[in-house]
Design a protein around this ligand. Sequence first.
Ligand code: SF4
Length: 347
Amino acid sequence: MYLEENFKDNIVHWFNNNQRSMPWRETTNPYYIWLSEVMLQQTQVKTVIDYYDRFTHRFPTIADLSEANEDEVLKYWEGLGYYSRARNFHHAVKEVQRDYNGIVPSDPENFKSLKGVGPYTQAAVMSIAFDHPLPTVDGNVFRVWSRLNNDSSDIKLQSTRKTFEQQLLPYVQEEAGTFNQSMMELGALICTPKNPLCMFCPVQENCEAFDKGTVLDLPVKTKNLKKKTIEQSVFLIRNNKGQYLLEKRQERLLNGMWEFPMFEASNAISEISHKLKHDIEPLPEHIFKLKHQFTHLTWNIKVYSVPETIDINEKVLPDNMVWFDLSNRDDYSFPVSMDKIYRFIEG
Ligand code: SF4
């Protein structure tokens, strides 16, 4: 499938004149381009800009980031969500420092072998930073390409991704980074999911879906399975100095982040009592509730106050628990749900 000769010229010309200004577009530093691509996964540009600025200010080089401890890295990621991205990126940057003298490998296979680098990140960073002929296929490109070709293949299928990558290969033999960004920018600004601006589209003359009137039927994507919902109980447990108990999550979702102790509701009281080796008796009614959505799952969280205060001198805490003074908020990275609970307590 090869669109008319002028397709690439049209889209690249439009991009060169209409692209949004973003800090990572002002640099050729592959570390910064890589960071931006990681932050942009599942997150909007306008949210990422501040995080990107703060992160690059604090960790301006690969060496700086590789020396940082994970808690601090997570702190700079706090609120962006999908924290495994941060942990994998940190891990991969350490690999670059150790195995490649702190220089991001320009060989696509070497780059792909780093932790957390999947086919999309590989193609994006390698094409934008080094002009390697690799097409990026993200949600925007799936939509644009399906429409341009009036292609109703299911974009949830791996085989569709493979086919699209093959079809896009001829366009990335030169100016790969610019072409890839043109496609993604067109999807973000013009060829949007619900109200595409076909009248202002630079590639309307190349678009089969526009021709056939099928734009809003594309792309085709089979429905997600229903999200799982988990009922969670959070306990606000204080010591006799007014400090709150926090637990660091380990080897599970949101690994490395801090939380007020939280357990699945069905056996929450026995779990926390077992962990503390102390019978915990929360008030029967929750004092606050919230819902937290992940891509694949929803947490319904109820927060319970525990009236008894624990004597700090008598209780030895497990390794992953600490007493937390509310004024030391900046020392801990909280996922969004825990930050909401913190704000509730702080009033
Ligand atoms: Fe998308 Fe419309 Fe442009 Fe086709 S003409 S690429 S559907 S914006």
